[in-house]
Design a protein around this ligand. Structure first.
Ligand SMILES: O=C(CO)COP(=O)(O)O
Length: 258
């Protein structure tokens, strides 16, 4: 089992060539990071659909996983413009982001849609990166209540399988700074308890996303299982810095377990 999970979504920021160059740099960094190579850090990247196959090729042999940014709730059929989770699994994609705040806000994805997509991902062997988080800045307790409700609703009828829950307070996405550590810690601790108690979800983890970058993992320490990065991993050097912090955290966790 990984000790720390670090993911990056490129959203729709990069063009094809820039994404290819970035993936090649990530592959280099992954290959030079022993904790990625030995599986203590689970590293995944989520480029756009046309970039999935080149990304799989770029990171081959480095243990970096490739995630899609979304997937359909159906395996096949008359769903023009959708991408099947079965086809994603067939090409070697291992994970899929679901319920991201931008999909909920801009494309009207409801909890019911996210639940249907989560079930579809799991029945096709994909690990859902299930994005949850409150829309307005409220107390950590209220944030936990609404995020926990989103998790419960997404997995209520889904087949068994591991989850990566990404706690992303909507107000901290695309912001200059991440949510304060004192806020995040309450929510991620609560979500970790929740997922640990869910039947059939062994190995599930809770990561933080929303203006995350170098320095944050060291601050959050044992309060999270990792980070889900956006803009602040566009610079490969910043991702390398986060992986250095993730390595320190993985080492510390191993020390605790030894
Ligand atoms: O939404 C995010 C990752 O999915 C976070 O994006 P930013 O780090 O760019 O705010």
């Amino acid at each position: 089992m990984p000790q720390v999970t670090v993911g990056v979504s490129l959203k729709m920021y990069f063009g094809h060539r820039a994404a290819r160059e970035w993936a090649a740099e990530v592959a280099d960094i992954a290959a030079r990071t022993p904790a990625v190579a030995d599986g203590r850090i689970e590293l995944f990247i989520a480029p756009t659909y046309p970039q999935l196959l080149p990304a799989l090729e770029a990171v081959a042999g480095t243990r970096t996983r490739v995630a899609a940014q979304d997937a359909a709730a159906h395996d096949r059929g008359a769903y023009t413009g959708e991408v099947s989770p079965a086809e994603l699994a067939e090409i070697g994609v291992g994970m899929v982001e679901l319920g991201h705040a931008e999909r909920r806000r801009l494309y009207g994805e409801t909890d019911a849609v996210v639940a249907a997509k989560t079930a579809a991902a799991l029945r096709n062997g994909l690990v859902p990166v299930l994005c949850v988080g409150e829309t307005e800045r409220v107390s950590p307790e209220e944030a936990l209540a609404s995020s926990a409700a989103q998790v419960r609703s997404a997995v209520a009828d889904a087949p068994a399988g591991r989850l990566v829950v990404a706690y992303e307070p909507v107000w901290a996405i695309g912001a200059p700074e991440p949510a304060p550590v004192s806020h995040t810690r309450v929510v991620t601790a609560g979500l970790r308890e929740l997922v640990a108690a869910l039947p059939g979800r062994d190995g599930s983890v809770v990561v933080y996303g929303g203006s995350a970058g170098p320095g944050l993992l060291a601050e959050l320490g044992d309060d999270v299982d990792g980070l889900f990065l956006g803009r602040f991993a566009h610079d490969p050097a910043a991702l390398a810095a986060v992986l250095t912090e993730a390595t320190a955290l993985a080492d510390a966790r191993e020390g605790v377990r030894a």
